[in-house]
Design a protein around this ligand. Structure first.
Ligand code: IVH
Length: 689
């Protein structure tokens, strides 16, 4: 190409890209696909590498011009939760028993339940205001999802309007999925285009939905089933069945295999019937969902952690395949656990290619006598990590596996703890703590992960690279990255695969997290045994990061003290969790990291739950016999209303609800001057009489 031609081509590409940038950023209406856009930019870049002088006038110099590939965030007004799982028939019987015990119903009471297929797709919330579809959001982490309205508007079986019989506001929830035929056709096309085929229809649906260009989504046949709801001005019925029938009458697609059942026997019969049709349905399902029909009873039952007590996902049993075990890799987790991972000759299990599977721990390998070179049985159930269930054929010359006693990452001893029980822990752990690079990296990954600090652009691979290059060694370093980069000679944007805009995006994502909810902050610390639920409980109890730190330091001073007692009395914190939290704050280097982080970020206290409730923020104890509700229901109700429920009375208790037969707690209440009321007065107090 002559220099003149190159200049002309450069000017043309420049103008074209600038126009697309405008369409994308200012009009929110891109006219080409991400891939085509990227191809244009690549052509321009190639041209400039041959004629460097052209770069001076290039649109590529502009920061933030490239589509970020991001969707706007949507806060779910009613959280999108998940379902408890059951596998065996007994789990179903136990589920019904639990509901009856919670509600204090006789054991032989009949319960109306719905049963319907569990669709293996992606959950979606469709918001209809004045009967018009105004917003579609993915589930995300349950609290915040992504706004995918433009893409959902292209899904053919989702109505854009509802009839007048629908309420002014309703958020319809359900599953987006791709049929088996459409999935097969999509994969065929991807292969023809020289692209990688997708693993399963669920990935097909997810990938199609996440397109920045709705035209691509429109070309991919997605479908929807409505089965639940979030906010609603008014519900069209007072049963699960009734609401779903109303959805159907409004023109929303509902699953034809939903039935109403009256006993465990009915539910199990329907489960078998659906399982028998599984392969001919034309879409993937991975179980049957049971829901209590009566919505008033659903409300009484409420939730436990992230799943409703009134529903159960009865999963189908797993699918299996046989393949060769080619090796065993040892991964080091953030708490130092050595986890054996089976490296397999890739094999398809239930439609998904599996190349790695968990081997659980040392004892499991020994129990199954799994050896490298063996033919092994791999099992996969739904989203669960595939596992090795056993050996099908011994490999020629295979020798018993010797589990490493030394951490492969840092060379420290790896030990199995004996927590005073005389029995050693199943998990072997590296004793290197923070000198172990694998643990440090895993902690960083956890820190930046979705349910923790959720720093977009700082994924696992990038963290590994930044750690290896000494850019980030501890969590607080993330927040000083930009300032250090400004002073450094080798800038981030000179790294392979990085450009001005990706660096700018990363810095913006980090800045956006300087204010963070306290529960996320606590969860991100990666304290052993402290998951999201416990982190939330600690955030509610201690209200600030500094207060948590100070109280835990105090608790660690002796075996018996007020701070330790208070922690032990927090509902949802058992002795193992309490010890783990105290241990964490006892370690000087943890405190150093904690304080260095607090110099960079401002954790925000959680908004009180149901702050208008007369018992919110109060510590309540229930004792004696309760007649109108079970103890479990009482506790759940109090928590729903924002109260803390404690098992013992102390000077911090605000209210003791005492039924007949109350004993020592009543005496304690008198001693500490705690208000005592009976069960009826409790209902009056919370306005539920
Ligand atoms: S009900 C409060 N019904 O399964 C719970 N969920 O494992 C509302 N799912 O996140 C969910 N089919 O995405 C419900 N018939 C069905 C379902 C279903 C698939 C998905 C849903 C949920 C996940 C939980």
């Amino acid at each position: 190409m002559s220099r003149k031609d190159a200049e002309a081509e450069h000017a043309k590409l420049n103008a074209e890209i600038a126009a697309h940038d405008l369409a994308y950023h200012q009009n929110d209406a891109p006219t080409i696909s991400d891939a085509d856009y990227d191809a244009l930019r690549k052509r321009l870049l190639d041209l400039e590498s041959h004629y460097p002088a052209l770069a001076k006038t290039s649109v590529l110099q502009k920061v933030g011009a490239a589509p970020s590939g991001k969707f706007a965030k949507v806060q779910h007004q009613v959280p999108m939760l998940s379902l408890a799982n059951g596998f065996a028939d007994d789990d179903v019987i136990e589920f019904l028993g639990r509901i009856k015990r919670f509600l204090n119903l006789p054991e032989d009471a009949a319960l109306d339940m719905t049963a319907e297929p569990k669709i293996d797709g992606l959950s979606m919330a469709l918001r209809y205001e004045n009967r018009k579809l105004v917003q579609a959001a993915t589930r995300g982490d349950g609290a915040t999802g992504e706004n995918v309205t433009a893409n959902i508007l292209t899904v053919k079986n989702i109505p854009h309007t509802l009839p007048l019989s629908a309420p002014d506001l309703i958020e319809v929830r359900g599953e987006i999925y791709m049929s088996s035929n459409d999935f097969a056709a999509l994969n065929e096309k991807l292969i023809q285009d020289g692209e990688k085929p997708l693993a399963n229809p669920r990935n097909g649906a997810a990938g199609s939905l996440r397109q920045q260009d709705p035209n691509i989504t429109a070309a991919r046949p997605l479908k929807f089933f409505a089965y639940a709801w979030g906010s609603a001005a008014k519900l069209p019925a007072d049963t699960q069945w009734g609401v779903v029938q109303a959805f159907k009458s409004w023109g929303l697609p509902v699953n034809p295999l939903m039935v109403l059942c009256h006993s465990a026997k009915d539910l199990l019969a329907h489960y078998r019937a659906i399982e028998a049709q599984r392969s001919t349905l034309g879409y993937d399902i991975d179980g049957v969902v049971y829901k209590l029909n009566d919505l008033a009873l659903q409300a009484r039952l409420g939730f436990v952690s992230r799943s409703p007590r009134w529903a159960l996902a009865h999963k189908f049993s797993a699918e299996q395949a046989t393949t060769r075990l080619e090796g065993i890799d040892i991964q080091i987790g953030r708490t130092g656990a050595l986890t054996p991972v089976a490296r397999l000759k890739p094999v398809t299990v239930g439609g998904v290619v599996v190349a790695n599977a968990t081997l659980h721990n040392e004892d499991e390998i020994a129990r199954k006598d799994v050896r490298i070179g063996d033919m092994v049985i791999v099992q996969r159930a739904g989203d669960v990590i595939p596992q090795i269930v056993g050996v099908s054929l011994r490999g020629v010359g295979a020798v018993p596996y010797g589990f490493p006693k030394i951490c492969p990452a840092c060379g420290s001893h790896a030990e199995r703890e004996d927590r005073g029980s005389g029995k050693s822990d199943a998990v072997r752990r590296c004793t290197g703590g923070l000198i172990c690079p694998a643990q440090r990296v895993e902690r960083l990954k956890h820190f930046a992960s979705r349910n923790a600090f959720d720093i977009e652009g700082l994924g696992d691979k990038i963290i590994e690279e930044f750690y290896a290059d000494g850019l980030i060694a501890a969590p607080q370093d993330i927040f000083t990255l930009q300032a250090r980069d400004a002073r450094s000679v080798k800038k981030l944007n000179q790294r392979e695969g990085w450009g001005q805009s990706s660096v700018a995006n990363l810095f913006a994502a980090i800045e956006a997290r300087r204010e963070i909810a306290l529960d996320r902050f606590i969860f991100a610390l990666g304290i052993r045994h402290v998951g999201e639920t416990t982190a939330r409980v600690l955030a509610r109890t201690y209200q600030s990061a500094e207060h948590l730190r100070d109280q835990m330091k105090l608790a660690g001073l002796s075996d018996e003290n007020d701070a330790r007692h208070e922690l032990g009395a927090v509902d949802g914190v058992g002795s193992i969790v309490a010890e783990a939290v105290i241990d964490f704050f006892h370690e000087e280097h943890n405190i150093q990291i904690f304080d260095a982080l607090l110099a960079e970020v401002k954790p925000q206290p959680l908004a009180a739950v149901a702050s208008s409730s007369p018992v919110s923020g109060k510590t309540v104890v229930f004792t004696g016999a309760l007649e109108r509700m079970t103890r479990e229901e009482a506790k759940a109700m109090a928590e729903r209303l924002g109260a803390k429920v404690s098992g013992s009375v102390s000077k911090k208790t605000d209210l003791l609800v005492a039924g007949p037969g109350a004993g020592s707690k009543l005496k304690d209440a008198e001693k500490f001057g705690v208000e005592v009321i009976d069960e009826n007065a409790w209902f009056e107090r919370v306005g539920l009489n």
